[in-house]
Write a protein that binds this ligand. Structure first.
Ligand code: PBG
Length: 332
């Protein structure tokens, strides 16, 4: 080593040595993000002729079935790992009937995508009632306005079967009712869908970062909020209990949601379990980067890839992100 490089022991370590060229940094990178790790959330709306842009999520739309089919092909071409589907029905009612109607918007879309793509992309069905109920809550509501846990489980069971029948590869319950994974597992098994996995939104927090999604999915609660069923942001140990409980009920994989403000939870869950852990980079996380970039306040692509890397570094195997297709193209 030449004296110019500090050949004599200078008394400190030279961390810069392995950072000196892009190739060295690439070779020694500890975390990688691959297109196949990314899952694209999509919205499909009944009764529209053209895709409808979502104001608070620039670049994201409510799809028609046709535009969704096109978007799914593009996602497959970009090498994205999967899609998670949300449906917005034309008619909502107290029990969310359209969630398990065989010709309901999301079930029809699942059938179309499955026949277009076969097994090329993992098709995940978000299982919840909030997009389908007129009151906007994730479960059935008593006359007193309380979200009623146990009767909701029967609805989730019916929806799970309808989604599996429609071609979903994975059922992803996001309603945060106690016992939902057990109810869904039992229903799937009894309908001979023993091979259909359940990805549980196990640690889902009552988050302010879901704001833009409620415009996208038209599922804002008409009264109250979701704090009696989604987790309280100050709690961390409870996330581990929720995860353990969902695994005991038969979940095949678990999710933490949101992602960026909850990286500590992602890490703790990843360290605690031996199943795949995914993290959902939610609508508000998307919107804040888009808004800052639109103002010229940060480098958009750099920030996007940095957030995805951070979520993977925290221990998530899969990342649900509205940037899935764009990020997959950047990563290739
Ligand atoms: C509904 C659901 C929500 C999201 C995914 N599924 C909203 C909520 O719980 O209020 C949020 C996703 C996002 O913000 O991108 N159960």
């Amino acid at each position: 080593m030449s004296p110019a490089q500090g050949g004599s022991n200078p008394g400190f370590a030279r961390g810069r040595r392995l950072r000196s060229t892009p190739a060295l940094r690439r070779l020694t990178a500890q975390t990688r993000v691959a297109p196949a790790d990314l899952v694209l959330p999509v919205f499909v709306k009944e009764g529209i002729d053209e895709p409808v842009p979502i104001g608070s999520m620039p670049g994201v739309v409510q799809h028609t079935t046709d535009s969704l089919r096109k978007a799914a092909h593009e996602a497959a071409e970009a090498g994205v790992g999967g899609l998670v589907l949300f449906g917005i029905p034309a008619e909502k009612d107290a029990v969310g009937s359209q969630a398990d109607a065989a010709d309901g918007v999301v079930n029809a879309a699942l059938r179309a995508l499955r026949s277009d793509l076969g097994d090329e992309l993992v098709l995940m069905a978000d299982l919840c009632l909030c997009e389908y109920t007129d009151h906007g809550h994730c479960g059935l509501v008593t006359p007193a306005g309380v979200v009623d846990n146990d009767p909701t489980l029967d609805r989730y069971a019916a929806v799970a079967i309808a989604q599996a029948q429609a071609g979903a590869h994975v059922i992803a319950p996001s309603g945060m009712m106690d016992g939902q994974v057990a109810a869904i597992r039992k229903a799937l098994d009894s309908a001979a869908y023993t091979e259909t996995p359940v990805l549980a939104y196990a640690a889902k927090y009552a988050s302010g970062f879901y704001g833009p999604f409620r415009e996208a999915a038209e599922g804002a609660p008409r009264f109250g909020d979701r704090s009696t069923y989604q987790m309280d942001p100050p709690n961390a140990d409870e996330a581990l209990r929720e995860v353990r409980q969902d695994l005991a009920e038969g979940a095949d994989a678990v999710m933490v949601k949101p992602a960026l403000p909850y990286l500590d939870i992602v890490r703790r869950v990843a360290d605690a379990v031996d199943v795949p852990v995914s993290a959902y980079q939610v609508s508000g996380e998307y919107a804040m980067v888009e808004a800052a970039a639109a103002n010229g306040w940060l480098d958009r692509e750099r920030a996007i890839l940095e957030t995805l890397t951070a979520i993977r570094r925290a221990g998530a195997g899969q990342v649900l992100t509205y940037w899935a297709v764009e990020a997959a193209r950047l990563l290739r």
